[in-house]
Design a protein around this ligand. Structure first.
Ligand SMILES: Nc1nc2c(c(=O)[nH]1)N[C@H]1C(S)=C(S)[C@@H](COP(=O)(O)O)O[C@H]1N2
Ligand SMILES: [Mo]
Length: 447
């Protein structure tokens, strides 16, 4: 092949292959579930202003779809509009381009800390990250089609296909939020094409709101003149409008959709455990909803007294804010705490109000330290797996692996409800195997 032909060949190959961003580095992540993929960023990640894509948390309700061929990919927009439209990625890229740093946080971040425990992915701190998003205003796209006066909700649908009889992941946002100039359709993250895990080629950016609204792998937007009845709006991602007793069953009529995030901070260093006496730098990150972080206060004595931390200079309305404070650690037991407050005066609670799905955890983070001059050893960990009961493989491990259950430590009644839900979603659970499987789940993965 001569040079010109080779160049032409390379150019053709570049057009045919979608330029998908790079995937997460599993060695840098806490794997909550490998299939579907749920990856958590470890605490160390909270020391960086922009979260690198290879350390960015991933949350998928089902398997990640194959990347579409970009010359075939289309975004369809219809519903109560004057003129339904179909856009290519190039169409989007020729529209006014917007860049914004924003935090994306799963509504379930911190779920593992709720007592009594709740079902679902058992996130600790790291189902959150701060990225630079590039794309277009959703408003500009909607205006191309022209909203009718009756428009109320904007329905996002991605290319992911549900598992079994699970309902399709479809979410709506109200038209006011959709028309806000900061609500975007993004095609790039940290300066590169979106990766397959984060929604290639286009995802929704709904800053200040929990990330269940940030639909990935977008291919269809429908403008509705009514409230959407789908499972992921009417049943999932709802929390009680008023405080409820821990462990209570809440009437669905008392539940409202999760929207805004809660103001929150995380201590990245030091980690809980043993440290030597001397000067210690305490550092971490704080973020909020549409009202930016105004201050972070740190306590070295379990909340008796508080000192303002120094905030980092990098900031943005929806971005997170690094903070730090130096401390002279003396021998003995100490509890460090960090508490963020936003410009609206919202601050973190010392104790979390419980809710049935374990959403929006933002209680003050506590780090327990033993400051000592002694040398320390780690205890060994026994990873031997227990034996599986009959039918478990077929009924439970066809769609996902056991990490899904290992992380959820539930009561027998909660496992019983999970089995009903999964059977409803098509899990081939034989009635004669049910009791043994319920017993196995309840004894292996209990609170
Ligand atoms: N199409 C689609 N979009 C989705 C999801 C999904 O399962 N399918 N998960 C949502 C949830 S619950 C979260 S927390 C975020 C996670 O975004 P990330 O994986 O890019 O970090 O994506 C949201 N968008
Ligand atoms: Mo989520």
């Amino acid at each position: 092949m001569n040079l010109t032909r080779r160049k032409l060949f390379l150019a053709a190959a570049a057009v045919a292959l979608p330029k998908v961003g790079s995937p997460a580095d599993l060695a840098k992540m806490i794997v909550r579930s490998s299939r579907p993929e749920d990856l958590e960023m470890p605490l160390q990640g909270f020391n960086q202003w922009i979260t690198p894509v290879d350390q960015f948390f991933v949350r998928c309700h089902t398997y990640i779809p194959e990347p579409p061929k970009l010359d075939e990919w289309r975004l369809k927009l219809d519903g109560v509009v004057n003129q339904p439209i179909t856009l290519t990625l190039d169409d989007l890229k020729t529209m006014p381009r917007v860049e914004m740093v924003a935090v994306v946080e799963c509504a379930g971040n911190g779920r593992s800390f709720y007592q009594p425990r709740v079902a679902g992915t058992q996130w600790a701190f790291g189902s959150v990250g701060n990225a630079r998003w590039t794309g277009v205003r959703l408003r500009d796209v909607l205006q191309k089609a022209g909203l009718k006066d009756s428009a109320q909700h904007i329905l996002f649908d991605g290319a992911d296909v549900p598992l079994g009889k699970m309902p399709d992941f479809q979410r709506t946002i109200p038209v006011q939020k959709a028309l806000h100039p900061d609500t975007l359709l993004a095609y790039a993250m940290n300066g590169e094409a979106l990766s397959q895990e984060h929604g290639f080629p286009v995802r929704a950016i709904v800053p200040g709101w929990a990330s269940d609204s940030w639909v990935k792998w977008l291919q269809h937007i429908e403008v509705l003149d009514h409230e959407f009845e789908g499972f992921w709006m009417k049943t999932a991602y709802r929390h009680p409008a008023h405080p409820v007793e821990p462990g209570a069953t809440v009437d669905p009529k008392e539940m409202i959709p999760v929207t805004d995030l809660n103001v929150k901070s995380v201590i990245a260093t030091p980690l809980s455990g043993w440290i030597k006496p001397g000067r210690v730098r305490i550092s971490g990150t704080a973020w909020s909803n549409t009202s930016p972080v105004a201050r972070v206060d740190v306590s070295f004595d379990g909340g008796e007294s508080w000192k303002p931390a120094k905030l980092g200079k990098d900031k943005g309305q929806y971005a997170w804010r690094l903070w730090q404070l130096d401390w002279q650690a003396t021998e003995g037991a100490h509890t460090l705490m960090a508490r963020a407050t936003n410009a609206d005066g919202q601050t973190q609670p010392l104790e979390q109000q419980w809710n049935p799905s374990g959403y929006l955890w933002n209680a003050v983070h506590r780090v327990n330290l033993q400051v000592t001059t002694q040398e320390l050893i780690d205890l060994p960990y026994d990873p031997r797996p227990p034996e599986h009961p009959a039918g478990y493989q077929a009924a439970c491990l066809t769609c996902h692996d056991e990490s899904m259950m290992v992380q959820q430590r539930l009561t027998p009644a909660q496992w019983d409800r999970e089995l009903n839900k999964m059977t409803g979603w098509g899990a081939p659970l034989k009635p004669e195997d049910r009791e043994a499987i319920l017993k196995y789940l309840s004894t292996q993965f209990h609170p």
